[in-house]
Design a protein around this ligand. Structure first.
Ligand code: ADP
Length: 347
């Protein structure tokens, strides 16, 4: 049989190594015990290996549980971001390629520049939002005074009311943006606390029932204890944003139901509504910033287009995921899946 390689010229091991040494990526060949069999010049330089046949264990260079997990899988499409073991300001993207029955190739790509550019971009947006906050507070304050001022001529009433609405909207967008930047900058929870999810849901329910247009029904069913190890403010934000949407996108006779149960996979918080629902094609985009199916409707109802992006980041900080089910005209269900490690079983 004609194989791909047998048709072309044959290359010596030295030539192949030369080609691998010329790559911009770091390439490390590892055996079944994770020992380095060979590394190209870039990988040797980046990990400070004196010998390309070093025989050292690669885990010593990336001593995290994420790396161990990554090393044990064989999905070539997955990648892991890792900090250089020699320099905390250098970042690599790692990829694993299985080789034969037991060996693997670990590819390291230097992604420091794109990460720095991304940081410059988010820092700029966060700083701009902070700078806007104080002047906006002053402007909104004066507008509020004008709304209440009886001596303002009648022909100015409507424009001032419009100004008040728009300044409220700017305040909401800015406040959501600041929450989002904060969440982005701290991808993991630093101070874990015991959070009672049921108490949070009950408080949100109370606010919801006091809203201008409360739902007809708001059922809560907690089958198991819902005490998790997490961040109270972020968890409040998750529940608040999803419930606010359930209320916002329900026509009259809104019914909201919240359920919680625990199984082998972890804890599951479902928030369901009988609102306008969504077409399938939108479901994997609605957690993007400012992605709104009906911009006009969202704005009119006080939406900022950032609520579900906040939910996504707040869940990520808990290593939790969001599942969205929806049917147009029937309703939607948002399920937050918390991992077993977050569940606190009460004694
Ligand atoms: P917004 O402030 O516009 O509600 P979100 O990020 O919270 O922004 O949601 C993004 C979009 O997803 C919304 O504009 C809306 O189109 C859709 N959406 C979110 N929740 C629901 C829901 N419960 N029912 C129907 N559509 C929803």
């Amino acid at each position: 049989m004609n194989s791909f390689f047998s048709r072309g010229p044959k290359y010596s091991e030295e030539t192949i190594k030369e080609a691998l040494n010329a790559l911009r990526d770091g390439v490390i060949l590892i055996d079944k015990n994770n020992k380095i069999i060979w590394s190209n010049e870039n990988a040797s330089k980046w990990l400070n290996l004196n010998d390309p046949f070093s025989q050292e264990n690669i885990r010593a260079y990336f001593p995290t549980s994420e790396f161990d997990e990554f090393l044990s899988q064989s999905d070539q499409n997955s990648s892991l971001e890792a900090i250089s073991p020699l320099n905390k300001s250098i970042f690599f993207s790692l990829q694993i390629i299985p080789l034969g029955a037991t060996e693997k190739i670990l590819v390291l790509r230097d992604i420091t520049t794109p990460i720095r550019l991304e940081k410059v971009r988010t820092d700029f947006a966060a700083n701009a939002s902070h700078e806007l906050r104080s002047p906006l507070t002053v402007i909104a304050g004066y507008i509020e005074l004008m709304v209440e001022d009886e001596s303002i001529p009648n022909n100015w009433k409507k424009p001032i009311e419009d100004l008040a609405k728009q300044s409220e909207r700017m305040k909401s967008v800015l406040s959501d943006l600041l929450v989002l930047f904060q969440l982005e900058s701290e991808s993991r929870i630093t101070d874990e606390e015991i959070v009672d999810l049921q108490a949070i849901v009950m408080a949100v329910r109370k606010d919801c029932m006091l809203a201008k247009k409360p739902p007809k029904e708001f059922k809560v069913d907690f089958k198991d204890s819902a005490v998790i190890l997490g961040d109270e403010v972020k968890t409040q934000s998750i529940v608040n944003n999803i419930v606010e949407n359930a209320l916002r996108y329900c026509d009259k006779d809104g019914e909201i139901s919240v359920n919680w149960f625990i199984d082998k996979a972890g804890g599951h918080l479902s928030i369901k509504d009988n609102g306008i629902g969504m077409e399938e094609k939108h479901l994997n985009r609605i957690t993007e910033r400012f992605y709104r199916i009906d911009k006009g409707r969202s704005r009119k109802l006080g939406g900022t287009g950032l609520g579900l992006a906040i939910v996504k980041y707040a869940l990520q900080a808990h290593e939790a995921t969001l599942e969205i089910k929806s049917e147009l005209g029937i309703g939607s269900e948002f399920i937050c899946h918390f991992p077993v490690s977050r569940i606190q079983i009460e004694q």
